[in-house]
Write a protein that binds this ligand. Structure first.
Ligand code: PEP
Ligand code: MG
Length: 581
């Protein structure tokens, strides 16, 4: 009989499989001294020394993190250092030591806990997660007030099991022989999860009682693909997972061999495989993974990364760098897509943000900002490898108005004697059903179109893409979605191969055969998905998937379409990742 009594389920936070001994990392509960103090100045000196020491430690972790994770990810630690420099926080602590004459440990604990409680009362998961980061700072200062050191007793390969993991623990452990992480708390957005993914160390978080159920030295399997933990596996479980590890390493080798190969079906249909760029650091992975270009740069990220709209000059530098790094491949820069679930630069409350001031609607109403971006793009396009794409188009007049603004920018740059490239390929995202219905006329007006399924599905099916309550109704295999995609591909009148897809559906391994079968020839997926999708495409036979797609076009429910595609994937694509893990 199958053994399930030793299995725990959590959230799959970083993919991969590891088998090793458990190392229970118990955060020492720092007892906080409540004692009164006599010499206030001495206590403040002591505190300042502990803060300076904490800063030094964090600076060390910061440079280690830059090496291992790159600058953007390492910024988590820069933010922690900034908190230690916060004059209001430190001023308050000083003032309270002076007034209350209590031990600095108590005041630090009390004052920083207040910050944490504020964050914990927020409704956003992100803010709650950040309160764990602040815990790290609090314990670090208290530990340094006690003059204790961070200790890791890991001497051989181990899986770290703990209640919560701070980003700095995650980085520090990665210097040791850590094979995996298991935590009782935390979600997908926790920094520890993000850091584990970047370090490529399998992790399962939010397991609830792992620290109770796992003992130091137990053998543990971490399955970061499915969020599964197995404690002291029996022989059969061990065999199954060792087999999976062998297959995975073979699979990774095969993927690496394909780096310079084309994404082409077994019967010779060439597919263009592009990358989406969400954060600047991904550019190296995009190049390494052999993407044929960038199909989507989410430029609103620049606004999130800097907390303000970047000016023309910084955009010009950023776009130029991207274009140079990718040359002669194409970089598709999407105009700022703010609004909806993405932050607006102004404090506007809308009853229905997804149906409100989003994408091109916002840009045309704020033409000064839009022109800054257009000018930066025209200036950066000196090598002629930048395409410009507009989000959330719902009406042809929006394209006309954008073209007029581009003309105005050309004229301005010419009059100002600034170097720029006048020609630029202009495209639109198809995210709104009105554009899908009239794909022929819309595509007539532009050089290319890109199907944004993330939004198209939500508007076609009237299902909020971020609402968990209705997530089961968000169905990419809904026949209306499948038929709409087919309609867009069939009706597009721009040059051949001008239709691409950059929504998440393009990276769904079960959906890709269907999309190829529907006639889609260009896919833009996240950088890390490229090798796997390339391998998948190379395993397809176009005539075969075309027939399957034709069958799907006649079905009436999402379940029916999904079942056909799942069956195809399991039976025909046996050497694909989804079937070996
Ligand atoms: C989409 O809607 O599919 C898309 C790629 O845009 P975003 O996810 O940025 O809204
Ligand atoms: Mg979108």
């Amino acid at each position: 009989m199958k053994n399930t009594s030793n299995i725990l389920q959590g959230i799959a936070a970083a993919p991969g499989i590891a088998i090793a001994k458990a190392y229970l990392f118990a955060k020492e509960k720092e007892d906080v001294s409540h004692a009164s103090i006599e010499n206030v100045e001495e206590a403040i000196d002591h505190l300042d020394g502990a803060i300076a020491k904490s800063k030094k430690e964090l600076n060390k972790i910061f440079s280690l993190a830059i090496d291992k994770l790159g600058e953007k990810r390492a910024a988590i630690f820069e933010a922690q250092i900034m908190i230690l420099d916060d004059p209001i926080l430190i001023g308050n602590i000083h003032q309270r030591i002076r007034e209350e004459k209590k031990h600095p440990e108590f005041i630090v604990h009390d004052e920083i806990t207040k910050y944490q409680n504020l964050m914990n009362s927020a409704t956003e998961a992100y803010m709650k997660e950040r309160s764990h980061d602040i815990e790290d700072i609090k314990l670090r200062i208290i530990r340094n007030l006690k003059k204790k050191k961070w200790k890791s007793r890991i001497t051989s390969e181990a899986i770290v099991v703990t209640t919560t993991l701070t980003p700095s623990d995650t980085v520090l452990f990665s210097r040791e022989s850590v094979k995996g992480y298991i935590t009782d708390f935390g979600g997908l957005t926790s920094h520890a999860a993000i850091v584990a993914r970047s370090l490529d160390i399998p992790a399962v978080v939010g397991v609830h009682d792992s620290t109770n159920k796992i003992q130091n030295g137990d053998t543990v399997i971490v399955d970061g693909f499915h969020g599964v933990i197995i404690i002291n596996p029996d022989e059969i479980q061990l065999k199954v997972y060792k087999n999976k590890i062998d297959k995975l390493s073979l699979y990774d080798k095969k993927l690496a061999e394909l780096r310079d190969e084309e994404a082409i079906t077994s019967d010779g249909r060439k597919i263009n495989l592009l990358a989406n760029l969400d954060i600047t650091d991904e550019i190296e992975t995009i190049i390494q993974n052999g993407a044929e270009g960038i199909g989507l740069v989410r430029t609103e990220q620049l606004f999130h990364e800097n907390d303000q709209f970047p000016d023309e000059e910084s955009q010009f530098i950023y776009y130029s760098e991207l274009a140079e790094k990718l040359y002669p491949k194409i970089v598709t820069i999407r105009a700022f897509d703010v609004g909806g679930d993405k932050v607006l630069p102004f404090d506007v409350k809308e009853p229905n943000p997804f149906l409100g001031w989003r994408g091109i609607r916002f840009l045309l109403d704020n033409s000064k900002l839009f022109k800054m971006q257009i000018r930066a793009v025209l200036r950066a396009n000196l090598h002629k490898n930048i395409n410009f794409m507009i989000p959330m188009i719902s009406d042809i007049t929006e394209i006309d108005r954008t073209k007029k603004l581009i003309d105005t920018c050309r004229l301005e740059l010419l009059n100002e004697g600034i170097k720029f490239e006048s020609e630029i390929k202009l495209g639109i995202m198809i995210e709104v059903p009105s554009v899908a219905v009239m794909a022929d006329e819309f595509s007539d007006c532009v050089d290319f179109i890109s199907i944004g399924t993330n939004d198209l599905i939500q508007y076609l099916l009237a299902v909020d893409r971020g609402n968990e309550i209705v997530s089961s109704q968000y169905q990419e295999f809904h026949p209306a979605v499948v038929r709409t995609i087919k309609h867009i591909i069939n009706s597009a009148r721009c040059e051949s191969d001008c239709v691409s897809m950059c929504g998440e559906m393009a990276a769904d391994v079960v959906a890709v055969p269907l999309l190829v079968g529907l006639g889609l020839k260009s896919f833009s997926v996240s950088a890390s998905a490229i090798p796997n999708i390339k391998k998948l495409i190379r395993g397809l036979n176009y005539s075969e998937v075309k027939e399957i797609a034709e069958k799907c076009l006649r079905l009436k429910t999402a379940d029916e379409v999904c079942a056909v595609m799942q069956k195809y994937s399991t039976e025909k694509l046996t050497d694909q990742l989804q079937n070996i893990i």
